[in-house]
Design a protein around this ligand. Structure first.
Ligand code: DAH
Length: 345
């Protein structure tokens, strides 16, 4: 900027600048601003002098006055900015910011324990070449019972307490076994290796061990020359993958109308587990599923010729398995929607 030659204006610039640098805080700066730039301030007063001057001096004075105004205005702006930065720094130093504190983590949801269990089971069977095949939850009596070798009034039906709908013959499936009929009809006469997961329903008194809804995973393999040895090998491999390589598997003979012969499968429970006695009722063995060689009548109902092919099937309750795994003592927790329970998994 050019120097200011008018002595009054030069003085105004010098005192204005000097006063500004003497301001210690923002309040002082504001007072300074009123004093120099307010309605009755020094700058206005300097401008008012203009008409009193001889006309030849007015132009030069006016230009210089404007320069002074500009210079003081800029200096004020800078001082104000510096002051607010200083104030910010002071407040930061007064309450130090601990940047080592961990941030607030975003809340993440998690999969339902039943979903996790199901996925783990699918994974193990997928490795053995089984595909996942879903079938309906609302079934007809024919598929849920009759085609599985349980004609009306067959005493074996007593094993399943059933929810019937108001439409005769339509019910909520009591097990995933009717899925066997659906998958057979779809793949017949080709070979099958599939697991059939899903929700099942039974009209039961709800207790810590029984619910009116629960999941099952059915499995079946059909082809030429499928034998009981294949069943044992498959289930043994599955149980050891799920519960540990050191686990032993025991097969007991049993009865189901849709398999012949029928078995139930137990695994030995680690004796070190303090719950072992309670879980195994003192036997050391724990039942995990029913299974068997598919009954010739059932094969025929699915469209296969039992003279040509054979197959095995099994059915298990993943909620029971999850209960064993995680020492969950109440089956009602699975569908109770209590987040305190669900968020633990
Ligand atoms: N459906 C039977 C139940 O709910 C379980 C079962 C047993 C399934 C033997 C099978 C099987 O496929 O072969 O109790």
């Amino acid at each position: 900027m050019e120097p200011v030659s008018n002595p009054d204006l030069a003085l105004l610039l010098a005192t204005g600048t000097g006063d500004l640098s003497a301001c210690a805080d923002e309040a002082a700066l504001r007072v300074w601003n009123t004093r120099y730039f307010g309605e009755k301030g020094e700058m206005v007063a300097a401008m008012k002098k203009l008409p009193t001057l001889p006309p030849t001096e007015r132009k030069g004075y006016g230009q210089e006055a404007n320069r002074v105004k500009l210079q003081l205005g800029e200096a004020y702006g800078k001082a104000l900015e510096a002051e607010s930065e200083k104030a910010l720094l002071a407040s930061v130093n007064a309450t130090p910011l601990d940047i080592t504190l961990p941030g607030r983590p975003p809340r993440r949801g998690n999969l339902h324990p039943a979903t996790k269990m199901m996925r783990e089971i699918y994974g193990i069977f997928a490795d053995m070449g089984f595909q996942v095949f879903r079938t309906r939850e609302v079934e007809d009596d024919e598929t849920n019972f009759e085609l599985l070798n349980m004609p009306p009034h067959h005493p074996a039906r007593d094993m399943w307490d059933t929810f019937h709908t108001t439409t005769p013959g339509v019910l909520l499936r009591t097990h995933t076994s009717p899925g066997q009929i659906h998958v057979m009809k779809q793949f017949c006469p080709g070979p099958i290796r599939a697991v059939l997961p899903g929700m099942c329903y039974r009209f039961e008194a709800i207790s810590t061990r029984s619910e009116i809804q629960f999941q099952q995973v059915e499995g079946l393999a059909i082809g030429e020359g499928v034998t009981m040895a294949d069943l044992k090998g498959t289930i043994g491999a599955f149980a050891r993958r799920l519960f540990g390589q050191e686990r032993q598997v025991r097969f007991r003979s049993s009865y189901f109308p849709f398999t012949e012969p029928s078995i139930e499968v137990d695994i030995d429970w680690p004796k070190e587990d303090p719950n072992a006695d309670r879980l195994t009722k003192g036997t050391g063995w724990l039942e995990i599923m029913g299974a068997g060689m598919i009954h010739p009548t059932v094969l025929r109902n699915g469209g296969y010729d039992p003279e040509k092919v054979s197959g095995f099937a099994f059915g298990m309750g993943p909620q029971r398995i999850a209960m064993l795994r995680h020492a969950i003592d109440n089956i009602r927790l699975f569908w109770g929607n209590d987040l305190r329970f669900l968020s633990r998994f």
